[in-house]
Write a protein that binds this ligand. Structure first.
Ligand code: BV8
Ligand code: ZN
Length: 252
């Protein structure tokens, strides 16, 4: 029987045959959003304590806002960078990295800019929205990993403004990252959607790409989302709890 037919569309957690089917997967994708890092102490965007509740994305995460008020945007990114710098990968990040030992190919596609998947040991990662640990000059494109924390508006040697290397609203995603993510979504057996409200595009379109490819979709979220209808299994709970549980069942 075709592997994917074994799964059924149910809200129950994974049963024995589901785990068996994960075991014989050749390529699993983990597509993650801010909920993946919530248990590492990094606030999500749209949850009840989400950072977008205090700030409007348009006011901060876009180029015009940056050019109008670079100091304010830098203040926000330094604040977030400080939280991220002190955050550590949680059990969910570690479980995803652990799966690399058992499955021939694991791909992580993340919307997060916090570098926690890499710090957890995941290797094959596509960062759709950039990385807060990188910055570059908008004029000469020189990259700066560390910027002077004390300087309000970091400037390049050429005099250009330095900005965080993240994708703002209205900006294109890095082509190589999105292309690679699309290929992974179009050829994987299993596609985990972890901790995302799936409202940001074109990132969220990858879930449809995976569905179209016939991948088995497993959602892990503390609540139902706009894409729960697409999931073959919707596991309601925290990523830092559910993913290690799946790994544990996997090793039973
Ligand atoms: C683009 C980086 C092409 C910066 C981010 C008008 C003009 C242009 C584009 C648009 C437009 N109108 C709409 C668009 C498209 C727009 C978009 O999608 N807007 C949405 C909001 C409607 N997209 C873009 O602009 C993209 N570019 O389209 O370019 C183009 C170019 C020019 C002209 C035309 C087109 C660029 C989008 C990237 C924006 N950058 N971040 C930064 O971080 O500062 S977006 C931001 O949202 C983050 O990257 C974040 O990852 C992403 C998605 O959010 P989520 O990760 O899902 O987080 P959220 O808080 O929403 O949800 C958390 C979930 O976790 C919840 O479901 C919660 O229940 C769950 N959860 C919580 N705790 C846990 C948990 N789950 C499990 N365990 C837990 N413990
Ligand atoms: Zn420069």
């Amino acid at each position: 029987m075709e592997r994917k037919d074994i799964f059924c569309n149910s809200m129950l957690d994974l049963n024995k045959s589901d785990i068996e089917s994960i075991k014989c997967a050749n390529h699993i994708v983990f597509f993650s959003g801010a909920g993946m890092s919530a248990e590492s102490g990094i606030a999500t965007f749209r949850g009840k304590d989400g950072i977008w509740n205090k700030f409007k994305p348009e006011e901060l995460a876009n180029f015009d806002a940056f050019m109008k008020n670079p100091g304010m945007v830098w203040e926000w990114y330094k604040y977030r960078h400080d939280i991220i710098r002190h955050a550590i990968p949680n059990e969910g990040h570690l479980a995803i990295a652990e799966f690399q030992k058992y499955i021939p190919k694991i791909t992580v596609i993340t919307q997060n800019i916090d570098n926690l998947h890499k710090r957890a040991g995941s290797k094959n990662i596509f960062e759709l929205h950039g990385n807060i640990e990188r910055n570059y000059c908008i004029k000469c494109k020189t990259f700066y990993n560390d910027i002077e924390e004390k300087v309000d508006i970091p400037k390049c040697k050429c005099g250009g403004l330095i900005r965080p290397d993240v994708v703002w609203f209205g900006e294109y995603l890095p082509e190589d990252q999105f292309k690679g993510a699309e290929i992974a979504a179009s050829e994987c057996d299993l596609f985990f959607v972890v901790g995302t409200s799936a409202v940001v595009y074109p990132a969220a379109s990858l879930i449809y790409t995976a569905k179209h490819n016939g991948s088995f979709i497993i959602e892990v979220n503390i609540e139902e989302t706009e894409i729960s209808f697409l999931a073959d299994k919707s596991l309601i709970g925290k990523a830092g709890k559910i993913l290690p549980e799946i790994l544990e069942k996997f090793n039973e």
